[in-house]
Structures are given as structure tokens and as C-alpha cells.
Design a protein around this ligand. Structure first.
Ligand SMILES: [Zn+2]
Length: 325
């Protein structure tokens, strides 16, 4: 029997959603936003399952609706397909949604359209949808997910309810990973790298490449501690052909930098990065100015990555700026 989706943490958001469902005054549009891996889609699925369930305790996990939901074949739930090069939505897809909302639900009295990862959804597509979001039929609900609230136009946002999804407590993350069958040790390693981000922890456990990037990040931090430019260059050269990996490396590197800056003032502060030991060692060697300069080097490299600049050039410039700092 497939289990109903379970969304961990974020108690305040869950509570206010329950309150809306209980009162029967449910907004017809939602935006769940927050970094990837935090479970925005799981929250959306839990909300839909709860609203569609015909069992006693919602979502019951047993009724016809819950079973169709768990198998992602519920006829009244539309996972709107992405299209185009940048991972947005195509005009024909959005138009089809606008036409489709006129058709009443197949099963119950509600119908959902889930637009996930809307960060690359362009303004034209959002404007196409605007009227549908403004005056949807009673049975229609829209759910959007995105990295940041700014992904959606203010005109769209003003007509829906936006909710931030945040990392969970590490103890909740451990519970979620243990439930998936991972050992205590595996959970510990994943949480040390990605803290309360359940999705990222799962990626860490399932994907050797992610573990490798963490190891390389630690080695880059160590090269900076030892002021070894050659070692740093060799480490980052591992990303020479992999833009996605370079992006994750820069994010993780920047978080450790942030941890080091915080540890200068409060050695007991909680880490957000993947290398607490490195952050501690770096903290005693890093001035505020050099920390900021390195953070700027990360920003610059990140922007160059987005602008499709040649990757080895970006990495070489990044190393040089870090060493100068
Ligand atoms: Zn049910």
C-alpha cells in the first residue's frame, strides 16, 4: 500500500494550511517557495491529497483518491509539464490549462494544477494564466513552487497565498532518512553535509557525485587554509567540464565561508555548510576583508557561470581571487 505523502517540519505553514481546510475557506492559488530539496512538491502533494481524500482521517492513504494520488494518476490533479530549453512552460501548455479549467472534475469537487519549479516561467506565460488565476471556477486550485517568491510576477502573487518552506530540524531530517531505511551512520554523514534539507540529504545518500563534490569542497577549503594555490587549482579543475557540479561546489564553498565568518565571533554557532572543521580552522585565519573578498569571488564566478563564460577561465579566475584575498 503506497503511503500518503508526508511533509516534515514547517509546522507553522502546515498548521495554517490545516486551518484553511478546516474552515473551508481555501485560497484558489498557492505559491510554496524555498531552496531545492526542502519538499515544496511534497507539501503540495500532501495538501492536494488532504483536500481530495474521501476517507475519515485525511489523507487516509486508503481511499480511491489517496491511492490514485500516491500513484500520481489522479484525474483531477494535473502536473503541468515543463517545456522549452530553459525549463519554463510553453504557451500551448498554458493555453491548454486555461481551456481545461472549464471542464468540471472527474472524481470529486476539486481540481488542481501544479506548476512546479516556476523559476524559469516567463512573464508572458504568467500573464496568459492571469485571468484563470483571477477568476477560477469554484473547483479549480493552482499550486506553484519556486526557489524564490520573485519567480512570479507581483500581479500573480497578489492573487495567491505565498508560503516559505524552510529546512527542518536535524532531528526531523534524521527521522525522515531513517524511515527511508538508511543507517544511523549514513544519516549522520548526510546531515553533516546538508543539515535540515531532506531532499539534499537523500541526494547525498543516493548519488556518489554529490559525495565527491563535498569531498572536493573540503579539499578546496583546506588548500586555502594552507595557502596552497596549486592544490586549490587542481581541486577546482575537477569541475572543468561540469557546470552543474561547479555551481554546487560554489554554493557549498560559500556556505563554509559564511560559517567561518560566523565562527570568528561565535565558535559554537550552528553551521550551514558541509565542513564545520574547515570552517573552524578558517575562522582563525580569515579577516573580515578577506572573507568578503572571497565571497565576492564566489558571486563573480556564479554570475559568469550563468552567463555561460568558459568554465576553465571562471575556475582559474576564482582561484586567483581567493588566493589574493
Ligand atoms: Zn484518503
Amino acid at each position: 500500500m503506497p503511503k500518503p505523502p508526508r511533509f516534515y517540519g514547517n509546522e507553522a505553514a502546515q498548521k495554517s494550511l490545516r486551518r484553511m481546510i478546516k474552515s473551508g475557506r481555501i485560497p484558489h492559488g498557492f505559491l510554496f517557495y524555498g531552496e531545492s530539496g526542502l519538499g515544496k512538491k511534497t507539501l503540495a502533494e500532501q495538501l492536494m491529497a488532504e483536500m481530495l481524500c474521501i476517507g475519515a482521517e485525511k489523507p487516509c492513504g486508503y481511499c480511491k483518491s489517496c491511492r490514485m494520488m500516491a500513484n500520481q494518476v489522479h484525474p483531477d490533479v494535473c502536473y503541468v509539464q515543463h517545456g522549452g530549453k530553459r525549463g519554463g512552460f510553453l504557451a500551448e501548455t498554458v493555453r491548454a490549462v486555461c481551456n481545461n479549467i472549464a471542464l468540471p472534475p472527474n472524481e470529486g469537487n476539486k481540481k488542481f494544477y501544479l506548476f512546479s519549479d516556476c523559476d524559469a516561467m516567463d512573464a508572458r506565460m504568467q500573464n496568459l494564466l492571469l485571468k484563470a488565476i483571477e477568476e477560477p471556477p469554484d473547483y479549480v486550485y493552482f499550486i506553484f513552487t519556486a526557489g524564490s517568491p520573485g519567480a512570479l510576477l507581483p500581479t500573480v502573487r497578489s492573487r495567491i497565498v505565498s508560503m516559505a518552506v524552510t529546512p527542518v530540524l536535524e532531528i526531523q531530517c534524521r527521522e525522515a532518512l531513517l524511515e527511508k531505511g538508511y543507517s544511523e551512520q549514513e544519516c549522520g554523514e548526510a546531515i553533516a553535509a546538508f543539515h535540515g534539507n531532506i531532499g539534499k540529504c537523500l541526494e547525498f545518500l543516493e548519488n556518489a557525485v554529490i559525495r565527491e563534490i563535498i569531498a572536493l569542497t573540503k579539499s578546496a577549503i583546506n588548500s586555502i587554509i594552507e595557502r596552497n594555490e596549486y592544490a586549490l587549482l587542481q581541486t577546482v579543475n575537477a569541475f572543468e567540464k561540469e557546470r552543474e557540479q561547479a555551481r554546487l561546489f560554489l554554493t557549498l564553498f560559500d556556505r563554509t565561508l559564511r560559517d567561518a565568518m560566523v565562527h570568528r565571533y561565535d565558535p559554537q554557532a550552528a553551521c550551514i555548510g558541509c565542513d564545520p572543521d574547515g570552517a573552524n580552522a578558517l575562522a582563525s585565519r580569515l579577516s573580515v576583508r578577506s572573507g568578503q573578498a572571497m565571497h565576492l569571488a564566489v558571486d563573480k564566478a556564479y554570475a559568469a557561470l550563468q552567463a555561460n563564460v568558459n568554465l576553465p577561465l571562471i575556475l582559474a579566475a576564482f582561484c586567483a581571487s581567493c588566493m589574493d584575498a
